[in-house]
Design a protein around this ligand. Structure first.
Ligand SMILES: Cc1cc2nc3c(=O)[nH]c(=O)nc-3n(C[C@H](O)[C@H](O)[C@H](O)COP(=O)(O)OP(=O)(O)OC[C@H]3O[C@@H](n4cnc5c(N)ncnc54)[C@H](O)[C@@H]3O)c2cc1C
Ligand code: FES
Length: 293
């Protein structure tokens, strides 16, 4: 993966940055819309106060700051082709994410970035593509899926395997429908707990990997979700024959600076804010096997 750290990146390592700014200095963005997706998850739409676009590569994150509360790394969940609109999908798990997720329209938030490596979904052109998402892990994958559907004819079979805790926790329901109906993506959804009127699958998303229809010898796979789910999904994909260098995971760790200075995100020799968050399985497998890291 190529690191695209710093603001004003255009999603390509060769991009010339017209303006270099201090990566520790947040830009002001205004919340223009807040949508409640599930019980605890919200999507914010933001626009830059200075009107300048924030170009990003699918898979990158920003350090998003609620002034007076704190800052958290949050993946960009919007369309890379629409850099005037910044979208973040946030699960309320603590003080910072609570302040961010419930910020009403008009709130000014601080944004640093975009930071980190991208999915580089275009590497899958000419072959099959498999996305495996668990819970809010669908949010960091959404920009890659939007990038793919914009050039759908360039890819072979595309499969999205998505696991949520309950039917009420399923994210981006309208998108899932569109991706299947309009873009020929095979979308398989499963839930851990399917009470109520749920008539779909119940079980772990990793169990869907073994019977999904794709050619492992010519597949790019992208996985995002809780670490234990990624571990099992990566093993299942590798067992099917997906090459480790064609299998990518987005890793989460505590982050403070986002630019490779503080060491909070260290995974042995890697700083996940600049070497990741998206990394290929050939680099990650030896590290993920060591639970203490
Ligand atoms: C590269 C990267 C991208 C991320 N993208 C997103 C994203 O798109 N959307 C999003 O909602 N979050 C995302 N996160 C996670 C997010 O940064 C954390 O949830 C956030 O920092 C928690 O801060 P807090 O102050 O709200 O909670 P804290 O007070 O720090 O934590 C509250 C409690 O929640 C637990 N917790 C912390 N993080 C998580 C988590 N991820 N899942 C479950 N429990 C957790 C803690 O262990 C603690 O018990 C990302 C993290 C990284 C590193
Ligand atoms: S968050 Fe500071 S080094 Fe990665």
């Amino acid at each position: 993966m190529t690191s695209l750290a710093g603001p004003d990146t255009a999603g390509s390592p060769s991009t010339t940055r017209a303006v270099r700014t201090d990566p520790m200095l947040p830009r002001e963005f205004v919340v223009t819309r807040t949508r409640q997706d599930t019980r605890d998850t919200y999507t914010l739409e933001l626009k830059a106060a200075d009107g300048a676009p924030l170009r990003f590569a699918a898979g990158q994150f920003t350090m998003l700051q609620a002034f007076g509360v704190g800052e958290a790394p949050i993946s960009i969940s919007g369309d890379p082709a629409c850099p005037d609109l910044l979208e973040h999908t946030i699960r309320n798990v603590g003080s910072v994410t609570s302040a961010l997720a419930t910020a009403p329209p008009g709130t000014v938030l601080g944004v640093r970035g975009p930071f980190g490596t991208g999915w580089e979904v275009q590497d899958g052109k000419g072959g099959d593509v498999v996305f495996v998402a668990g819970g809010i892990g669908l949010a960091p994958l959404r920009p890659a899926i939007l990038e793919l559907v914009a050039q759908r004819a360039e890819y072979g079979r595309v499969v999205l395997l998505y696991g949520a805790r309950t039917p009420e926790d399923i994210l981006f329901g309208d998108d899932l429908h569109d991706w299947a109906r309009k873009h020929g993506i095979v979308v398989e959804v499963t839930v851990d707990n399917g009470q109520h009127a749920w008539r779909g699958r119940v079980g772990l998303v990793t169990q869907l990997v073994s019977r999904a229809g794709f050619d492992p010898s010519n597949t790019l796979a992208m996985v995002c979700g809780p670490e234990v789910m990624m571990r099992f999904a990566a093993t299942a994909l590798a067992d099917r024959g997906v090459r480790p260098e064609r299998l990518r995971l987005s890793m989460e760790r505590n982050m403070k600076c986002g630019v490779g200075l503080c060491g909070h995100c260290q995974l042995r020799e890697l700083f996940l804010c600049v070497d990741g968050p998206v990394l290929s399985y050939d680099r990650l497998a030896p590290l993920m096997a060591r639970t203490e890291l």
